[in-house]
Design a protein around this ligand. Structure first.
Ligand SMILES: [Zn+2]
Length: 219
């Protein structure tokens, strides 16, 4: 049974009125994949809205600020947020991540690009997925460099960053990141186990999607 409801919203940036599905969630637990993938992506379908007129993307497009308006009206933003070659489901996450990035909310941007990556893995071409994954990796590193957190624990963050590198077949860097995390972080038993499994997958040059369940059964 669907619990999807629709709400009428007035876009903060352009004033257009639209109806949007509501009821999505931006946080889930527990993860299913090594990168924190929740398994079911349906809650993401309606968690971010995008205005079809000005392409303002946000969890609530009726709210904003002058800073956000300036970002959304910028040509570069419009070229990305309005790119009809990318599925709207993914594009609205890329757009919201871009807004967060421009506002220097690196960790929120990183988390949002990870969501875009998961959606792209399911609904987009390899090329778009790869672009999302690499952008997520870059934003995650920015977030970590500034001492912020985009996941529940440092161990889970390391796991997500390592896993994205492995999925992109950047094995050398993935191995360094993985071994550094194992050597320097205070890890939970589960995170240490999963990072050791990542290490094995990297050494095998395995770039496939792996669930936590598979790791527990095979390692
Ligand atoms: Zn609008």
């Amino acid at each position: 049974m669907s619990t999807l409801t629709f709400v009428e919203k007035t876009c903060y940036v352009c004033g257009a009125i639209g109806r949007f599905g509501e009821g999505g969630l931006l946080h889930f637990s527990p993860p299913v994949g090594l990168d924190g993938h929740p398994g079911n992506l349906t809650p993401l379908f309606t968690a971010i809205h995008i205005c079809p007129h000005c392409f303002f993307a946000s969890p609530d497009i009726s709210e904003g600020s002058e800073e956000i308006r300036t970002i959304v009206l910028n040509e570069k933003y419009r070229a990305i947020a309005g790119n009809s070659n990318v599925h709207e489901l993914i594009r609205k996450y890329i757009a919201w991540a871009l807004i967060q990035n421009r506002r220097r909310n690196d960790c929120e941007a990183a988390r949002t690009m990870l969501f875009a990556t998961w959606l792209a893995e399911q609904y987009e071409k390899q090329e778009i997925t790869s672009q999302c994954r690499r952008k997520a990796m870059q934003l995650m590193k920015n977030c970590q460099a500034n001492g912020g957190g985009f996941e529940m624990t440092r161990g889970k963050e390391a796991l997500a960053v390592v896993d994205l590198h492995r999925r992109e077949s950047i094995f050398e860097e993935a191995l360094v990141l993985c071994q550094t995390a194992l050597a320097t972080l205070s890890l939970s038993e589960e995170d240490e186990f999963l990072l050791r499994y990542e290490e094995l997958l990297i050494k095998q040059c395995n770039s496939s999607y792996v669930t936590i369940n598979e790791a527990e059964q095979n390692f």
